[in-house]
Design a binder for this molecule. Sequence first.
Ligand SMILES: [Zn+2]
Length: 390
Amino acid sequence: MAAQARLAALSAPTVPPEPEVDDELRELEDISRSLEGHTLSAATRRAYATAWRAFDDFCAGHGLEALPAHPETVRWYVAWMSTQLDDDGLPRFSVATIRQRLAGIGERHLRGGYLDPTAHRGVVDLVRGLAKLRATRPRRKRPLLLDDVVRIIAAMEHDTYPGGVSATRDALAVWLGFAGALRRSEAAALTLNRLELHAVDGVHVHVGASKADPENALPDVVVLPFGSSPASCPPCAVHRWIALLGLARHDDARMRRRGIMQQLFSYGLEEHVCGVVDSVALISSADLASGAPLLRATYRNRKDARIHARGVSGDALHTMLLSRMVEAGMNPAAYGFHSLRAGHVTQARRNGASTEEIMRAGRWSRAATVDVYDREFNPAARNSVMRLGL
Ligand SMILES: [Zn+2]
């Protein structure tokens, strides 16, 4: 029975009847098509067209047939949509959007004379289950506070080869997410020339226009300040990683390895390497002239580590953070790269930051966005319960 139901969509007629087409029939066909178009509003037609294009792309990307689609294909598509997150760590597709996408897929099938695969019991149940899950699950990623961040970075193997290469990069990525409050796509898109060493402030990062906020007219410079100790110093992480990028450019493999090992083995947290106060700086502004990606993909085997010319993806940063959390003995469930940005807001609020200061660091134009964070993560912030003198 189940197998029969599954096959129902496949056994639908595949070729519409094609009578001898004469002019009159063609005219009737035109009329019927224009009438058909009128049954849907323009907005719905556009939404259906978008839905169909997206599904068609998904199928092409996964080697699946889109028309007619098997109900199993539609189930995979729903599962895929349900796991996509936007830059703020929120589900990219709401249940309402998923339902609309399915309506577009169903409409395209019916119009082509096929059975509607989205009406299949398996698909309907899946969407219903997802709606229930979404209604109860906390939506945002939980925040990582300063102590968490320091712990995650401290657990990395900085002074080994080849493991220290990716540790150096990942420490910087974590600081960009936490101190810089960068979204993962923003961190992944940074190039060397977006960074600027500043004698007093630490490092200025010129973040490009954000996908999440394309019309951002606000200043797009975030500051990575010098840390009170090298263990919590984002500029030190900048200097270490960019110095490695310089060493990795060496043509001779032995020289390259030796230079990188020397730097990694001398890793220590007794002194800054960022030039603050009287410390020696590992890099200078000249090292930031290139438009090459800042956070690069790395490759390593047991003996060797290479740094690729291409940048990492935002997804890779997300996965990196979760595995670094596991290495630090933390449970990564409910966390993501966005936890660093959420953590920045939460930590700053707990330390007394004003809404205006947080808007500036997070590059938000509306105070309402900060309120959402407060409600979710800092219920005690700006709450009169704290003034009851208990
Ligand atoms: Zn430093």
